[in-house]
Design a protein. Sequence first.
Length: 222
Amino acid sequence: MNPEIPHPGALIVIEGIDGSGSTTQSDMLLQWLQRVGIPSVFTCEPSKGPIGGVLRLHLGRQVELGGPEAEALGFAADRMDHIVSEIAPALARGITVVADRYYLSSLAYQALSCDLAWLREINRFALRPDLTVFLSVPVDVGVARFSQRATRERFEEDRDELARIAGMYDTAIGLLREEGEDVQVIDGTRSPGDVHAEIVQLAVAVLQPRYPGVSISVDAHE
Ligand code: TYD
């Protein structure tokens, strides 16, 4: 195995504020991976595991966790469970994992109420992604997009709060980049097809060394 590559599969994370299009783009990326013949799987956080289930109830206001620290620990616990039970086994088998949100979400959303250094600490054992793509959209674009949805979650109510979350994303991205993590910020206001094409280009760089036998077409549309 190539010693530069810690696991045979790639962990690719798609991030952004609510309404940035991370779910649409994760889905399009997965379909492209499958078309070009790269073994791949979609996942998201909060995860579909037991702790993720509680977090979804909390986000939907059906249960209430006691305070921001419990919430942050919940997301971190869900992440470790998600990594051990799903993400790491897939990567070890050479499967590329596309994750709709990961620890960068915690460093942005939970940083509204919790200390950033502490958030980093409780996420210390989370596997580093091979690539994180941050879909940058102005807060008003995000608000306009999710306002059209039927149900609202906890962070989808307050424009000012979302603006602060966007600011925390900038800070956290700066920190991760300083540590050498590959976090790419792209313009998420363009058409889904254009955003997808740029994500494909970025993904190819991490995929090519892992799947030398697959002829990876950069044509996002096909
Ligand atoms: P989202 O991807 O928007 O879910 P949906 O499929 O319902 O659109 O994620 C749910 C919310 O969870 C989102 O507002 C961000 C929040 N979140 C955190 O606050 N911290 C985290 O660590 C994660 C992963 C998500």
